[in-house]
Ligand binder design. Structure first.
Ligand code: AMP
Length: 121
């Protein structure tokens, strides 16, 4: 499937939609989720056009992957959740219930989060 450059995170990267930036570097942008699911909820995205974690893992350059992974610790610190802990979630594809087709890692924390997964009825 081809990357859809009209997705909302592509628009954020182009500066067409505002965001609450937490961290930014050459390869990565992190910003607050617009509908937070926990007291702290930040999204970390690569600047390159990757539609999912699957796509990023398969096609991104080593430099992009290193930058993304290194950014996790920077963002967790900036969000104040590095010590207390957090959950990192990459919803992927249809079964993963991914809604925005640009790879993003959710960092959720600031409170106890309960069990890892709840399945639909
Ligand atoms: P997912 O279901 O993993 O694709 O998650 C998409 C996430 O993007 C949801 O948590 C939304 O609340 C979030 N989201 C959608 N639009 C925006 C936006 N304009 N700014 C920040 N977060 C957004």
């Amino acid at each position: 499937m081809a990357y859809d450059s009209n997705n909302i995170f592509a628009k954020i990267l182009r500066g067409e939609i505002p965001n609450q930036t937490v961290y930014e570097d050459e390869h990565v942008l992190a910003f607050r989720d617009i509908r937070p699911q926990a007291k702290a909820h930040v999204l970390l995205i690569p600047k390159g056009p990757y539609e999912s974690f699957e796509d990023f893992s398969a096609r991104a350059s080593d430099a992009e992957i290193v930058a993304f992974t290194r950014a996790v610790a920077k963002v967790s610190r900036l969000a104040g959740i590095d010590v207390t802990g957090y959950r990192a979630i990459a919803n992927t594809g249809a079964d993963g219930h991914q809604e925005v087709p640009h790879f993003h890692l959710h960092l959720l924390g600031g409170q106890r989060l309960g069990r890892m997964v709840s399945l639909p009825e």
